[in-house]
Design a protein around this ligand. Structure first.
Ligand code: OFO
Length: 166
């Protein structure tokens, strides 16, 4: 059984991963509406990954004999200024998620819950990878620019990242 404090934070993280999935789905839809198919496909795949992050937490909580909760998920933003705005938002969001994972890891350590601390290491590594991925995309946007054919080139570049990950 998990300690109450740890269980509460894990359930909050479940909700946050669900929100992340919805946010990236909304971004994918926005990209699709702008004809940015590479980015739309990349973001839809990322939305599915976030659902897996949620389900992994869900399964862990239930395995401990505690109850994972399904709660209301806040509505994400659906409108963005441009593709740079989309990826700036993602990068900021992922840094926020990293902070939450770190808080959780620190809590489990102070509560002597080493099993959960160990479980969370997967998320620590994943956050490191994701921050690097999105920072890399933002760097490309900066280098190529979004004017004229730049937007098309960036969209293709983002589609390639998906292929590299597969
Ligand atoms: Fe984007 O890694 Fe989960 O939230």
């Amino acid at each position: 059984m998990l300690k109450k404090k740890v269980l509460k934070k894990l359930n909050e993280q479940i909700n946050l991963e669900h929100y992340s999935s919805n946010l990236y789905l909304a971004m994918s839809s926005w990209c699709q509406s702008k004809g940015l198919e590479g980015s739309a496909t990349f973001l839809a795949a990322h939305s599915a990954e976030e659902l897996q992050h949620m389900q992994k937490l869900f399964a862990y909580v239930n395995e401990t004999g505690s109850q994972a909760l399904v709660a209301e998920v806040a509505a994400p933003e659906n409108t963005f200024k441009d593709l740079k705005d989309v990826f700036e938002n993602i990068y900021e969001h992922e840094k926020f998620v990293t902070g939450k994972i770190n808080e959780l890891a620190a809590l489990t350590m102070s509560e002597n819950d080493y099993a959960t601390f160990n479980f969370l290491q997967w998320y620590v590594a994943e956050q490191h990878e994701e921050e690097a991925l999105f920072k890399g995309i933002l760097d490309k946007i900066e280098i190529i620019g979004l004017d004229g054919r730049g937007l098309h080139m960036v969209d293709k570049e983002i589609a390639n990242r998906l292929r590299q990950q597969a």
